[in-house]
Write a protein that binds this ligand. Sequence first.
Ligand SMILES: Cc1cc2nc3c(=O)[nH]c(=O)nc-3n(C[C@H](O)[C@H](O)[C@H](O)COP(=O)(O)OP(=O)(O)OC[C@H]3O[C@@H](n4cnc5c(N)ncnc54)[C@H](O)[C@@H]3O)c2cc1C
Length: 392
Amino acid sequence: MKPDLFEAPDYYNLDELLTEEHKLVRDAAREWVKRDVSPIIEEYAQKAEFPTQIVKGLAEIGAFGPYIPEEYGGAGLDQISYGLIMQEIERGDSGVRSTASVQSSLVMYPIWKYGNEEQRNKYLPKLASGEWIGSFGLTEPDHGSNPGGMVTNFKDMGDHYLLNGAKMWISNAPFCDVAVVWAKNEEGRIHGLIVERGMEGFSTPETHNKWSLRASATGELIFDNVKVPKENLLPNKSGLGAPLGCLDSARFGIAWGAIGAAMDCYDTALRYSKERMQFGKPIGQFQLQQKKLAEMITEITKAQLLAWRLGVMRENGTATSAQISMAKRNNVEMAINIAREARQMLGGMGISGDYSIMRHSMNLESVITYEGTHDIHLLITGLDITGLNAFK
Ligand SMILES: Cc1cc2nc3c(=O)[nH]c(=O)nc-3n(C[C@H](O)[C@H](O)[C@H](O)COP(=O)(O)OP(=O)(O)OC[C@H]3O[C@@H](n4cnc5c(N)ncnc54)[C@H](O)[C@@H]3O)c2cc1C
């Protein structure tokens, strides 16, 4: 892997929209990625392993629960700071950002929002410090885009719940200490349960053979008559809206994170275009290559504006789920297109692990699929503007 020479593009001076705190938080995350992620990430992606040694650093830059109040160990930051941290981490690698997103938005968020005070005090500080890693079990083998059809279920046994079923494609599963699991009760109502490693009948086999998010561990969550203590049920929200509320927060983070991956691809291609000589000229002097670069910076700038405005609305509490869907969909597609164009600009070198572009490109294939597929987000916008449901 080449040295990390990243310089962030800011074509519309968007830094002027940020507070001093935003810039401090972002710059700390940027420095950490340069120092602790860039030098090792290609090797870990190649060997398909999560680099556990970066967990402490993720906690230190506030990536675990950026907006969770400090009394629970979180960083107590605002939504734009959260977005900027995700942007910087995904600039390094989408898999590392996935670990942080799951921990913050899919594990800490539901415990904070839907849990009681005992649950908050028991789990949040350990998750914020990285002592515990969490996973989020919603997707099942036969229920992905349609999670409401889930079959994982629990029965009230008097002094405990009995949980049965299986989840698949679960980030962090192979080494998670706790899992927030969505399951139906005997009336068919969806609830969140906190399942802990070591509970009898709970296993987390790893999913192998991935060509995407290779530096992130993915696995299954299997529940075979798991006795879950009654105090592990999240009491304050139930129904499909509960997991969807977590997804809003995670999708918001992805809308920012994808910008990071795109910025890294653009910056690499721009630098390469000035150094690589063909036909006696730097390739950046050819109009075809300039077209690619000009379109990339235009799309990145539009995505940055979308994310910033969404951050303001999210902070005010006015952002709708459909608005979040639009930003996730637009920004991930923007990033995947830029990764493809940037890869071509590097010619044969574009497929090499000496550069980050091919890794970003492969990673973004997962990012465009998880947390609601590209199609599903389009249907959400379609439903929002027409009032007509095209899902079924
Ligand atoms: C690396 C990775 C990590 C993940 N991490 C997690 C995690 O931590 N926790 C978790 O719960 N899940 C996780 N997921 C699962 C992810 O959210 C699902 O893969 C995703 O929701 C899609 O579900 P599916 O794969 O079953 O595809 P399907 O739902 O089977 O979709 C297949 C295709 O059909 C399309 N489609 C489906 N329904 C419709 C419709 N109504 N109209 C038009 N087209 C439709 C989809 O857009 C897609 O193109 C992860 C996935 C990956 C790849």
